[in-house]
Design a protein around this ligand. Structure first.
Ligand code: NAD
Length: 365
C-alpha cells in the first residue's frame, strides 16, 4: 500500500493533507508514504520532519503515478488526475456538486474518489469531519481578522489615559464556526451576542457566556434530523432581518456564519442595515463563498459602505495552515484507518461512512 501526498497547486492553499506525525502513524502500520518535496513547507512542516517519521521524499510525478492512495486538500486538476495510476484511490475536498469536469476525469481514469465534505455527521465519523475542524479554524480566525480591521480594542481597559469601553460583537449563525467565533471574541474581552435559527443553538450560545438576540424568532421546527438549519420562508427571512436591524446598529464587529447546506446562504443583513451602523464598524462574512449573509459582501474582497468595512474572506482556514493542516490530517488519517484492513484498502460502499463519501468508482463495484 503506497500513499502519496502531493504539493497543493492552488496559490491560496497553504495546507497539507497529512502532517509528519500522521504520516509516521501510517508508516508504523506498514504503509509506504511518499511525500512530494516541499509539500508541507507552507504549513510549517519540513521535509526533514517527514523523513524523520519514516516517509520518503519524491518528486510530483513519482508521487502521483505510483501511489494507490492520494491524499490532497483541494481537488486534483484534470491534468493531475490523468497522471494517477488506474484503479488508484483519492481522498480530498471535491466540491462534488460543482466539479463536473474533475469528477468525469476521475471516473474515466478509474479512480475511486472520496469527498471529504461528504463525511456523514454522525458520532462515529466525528473525528473524520473536516467541515467541523476547518470551521473551527475559520470561526477563530474571523474574529482576529475582524478585530484587526477594527479601530478599537475588544476588551474594556482601565488605564491612566482613561477608560476604554469594550467592543460589542454579534455573531450570526451559531454552528461550529459561530460558536468558535463567540468563544474567541469572549476571550478577547468583547461583549458578545448571537443569533441562530435553531433552538438547540440558543443554549450553546448562552453556555459560552453570550446573550441571545431575537429569541422570539427561534423556531422549534427549524432543525433537520441531521442537525442542520432548514431554509426559512421569505416572510421569516424578512422578519429575521427586521429583528436584527436595531441590534446591529450598535455593534462594532459582526461575524456572520449562517449556512444552509447545498443552498445559497440566507440573507441576514441588508445594505440598508449596513448604512445604519457606526462608521468604523466591521462585518466579517464567513458565508461569502456561498452568496454571503450580508447583501454587500463580495467574496475575496473588502467593501466599504458608509465607513463600515464588509470583509468576505475566502478559504480562511488555509490562512492558518499549521493547525488547520494538523486537524485536517487527523481527520484524513482516521478515514484512511477506517478503510485499511490488514494493511490494504478495503472499500465497502455499503458502509455508512465509506458509501456516503464515495463520489466515483461506485459503478465499477
Ligand atoms: P452550517 O455551517 O450549515 O450553518 C452554520 C449555522 O448557521 C448553523 O448553526 C445554522 O443553524 C445557522 N443558520 C442557518 N440559517 C440561518 C438563519 N436563517 N438565521 C440564523 N442562523 C442560521 O452548520 P454547522 O456549523 O456545520 O453545524 C450545524 C449543526 O450540526 C450544529 O448543531 C452542529 O453541532 C452539528 N454538527 C454535528 C456533527 C456530528 O454530530 N458529527 C458534526 C458537526 C456539526
Amino acid at each position: 500500500m503506497i500513499l502519496g501526498i502531493p504539493t497543493e497547486l492552488a496559490a491560496d492553499e497553504a495546507r497539507v493533507a497529512l502532517v509528519p506525525e500522521s504520516a509516521g502513524k501510517l508508516v508504523k502500520s506498514g504503509v509506504t508514504v511518499l511525500v512530494q518535496k516541499g509539500a508541507g513547507t507552507r504549513a510549517g512542516f519540513t521535509d526533514e520532519a517527514y523523513t524523520w517519521h519514516g516517509a520518503k521524499l519524491e518528486n510530483a510525478e513519482t508521487v502521483l503515478t505510483t501511489a494507490n492512495l492520494i491524499c490532497k486538500v483541494q481537488k486534483p486538476t484534470v491534468s493531475e488526475t490523468r497522471m494517477l495510476a488506474r484503479g488508484a484511490h483519492l481522498i480530498s475536498l471535491l466540491q462534488p456538486s460543482t466539479s463536473t469536469a474533475e469528477i468525469v476525469a476521475l471516473e474515466s481514469q478509474g479512480v475511486t474518489a472520496f469527498a471529504l465534505e461528504l463525511v456523514p455527521r454522525i458520532t462515529r465519523a466525528q473525528s473524520m469531519d473536516v467541515l467541523s475542524s476547518q470551521a473551527t479554524v475559520a470561526g477563530y480566525k474571523a474574529v482576529l481578522v475582524g478585530a484587526s480591521a477594527l479601530g478599537k480594542f475588544l476588551p474594556m481597559l482601565t488605564t491612566a489615559a482613561g477608560t476604554i469601553a469594550p467592543s460589542k460583537v454579534c455573531v450570526l449563525g451559531a454552528g461550529v464556526a459561530g460558536l468558535q467565533a463567540i468563544a474567541t471574541a469572549r476571550r478577547l474581552g468583547g461583549i458578545v451576542s448571537a443569533f441562530d435559527i435553531r433552538a438547540a443553538a440558543a443554549e450553546q450560545i448562552r453556555s459560552l457566556g453570550a446573550t441571545v438576540v431575537a429569541q422570539e424568532l427561534i423556531a422549534q421546527d427549524s432543525e433537520t434530523a441531521g442537525g442542520y438549519a432548514k431554509e426559512q420562508s421569505a416572510a421569516q427571512q424578512e422578519a429575521i432581518q427586521a429583528a436584527l436591524r436595531d441590534h446591529l446598529k450598535t455593534m462594532d464587529l459582526v461575524i456572520t456564519t449562517a449556512q444552509i447546506p447545498g443552498r445559497t446562504a440566507p440573507r441576514l443583513i441588508s445594505t440598508a442595515t449596513v448604512r445604519t451602523m457606526n462608521p468604523g464598524a466591521v462585518i466579517v462574512d464567513l458565508a461569502a463563498e456561498s452568496g454571503g449573509n450580508c447583501e454587500a459582501t463580495k467574496a475575496g474582497e473588502t467593501v466599504e459602505i458608509a465607513g463600515v468595512k464588509v470583509i468576505g474572506p475566502v478559504n480562511l482556514a488555509a490562512s492558518m495552515p499549521t493547525h488547520a493542516s494538523q486537524m485536517l490530517s487527523r481527520n484524513i488519517l482516521t478515514f484512511v484507518q477506517h478503510l485499511l484492513k490488514d494493511g490494504t484498502l478495503v472499500v465497502d460502499p455499503a458502509d455508512e461512512i465509506t458509501g456516503a463519501m464515495m463520489v466515483t468508482g461506485k459503478g465499477t463495484r
